[in-house]
Design a protein. Sequence first.
Length: 59
Amino acid sequence: MAHGKSQFAVWRCTKCNTPIKTTAYNKQNNETITKELKKFCKKCRAHVPAKRKDAKKSS
Ligand SMILES: [Zn+2]
């Protein structure tokens, strides 16, 4: 497996901007990944739309 092609995505609550989850994904599959998901935010204590923000893994 080649390294350096995976990226990290941070899911942030659209209401309070709290990072909910961090996921890693393959950059090549980028277009198949949704950019918004409903996730549970601990701070809001509710399911809220979370937006994905890409973050490159620092090498
Ligand atoms: Zn929230």
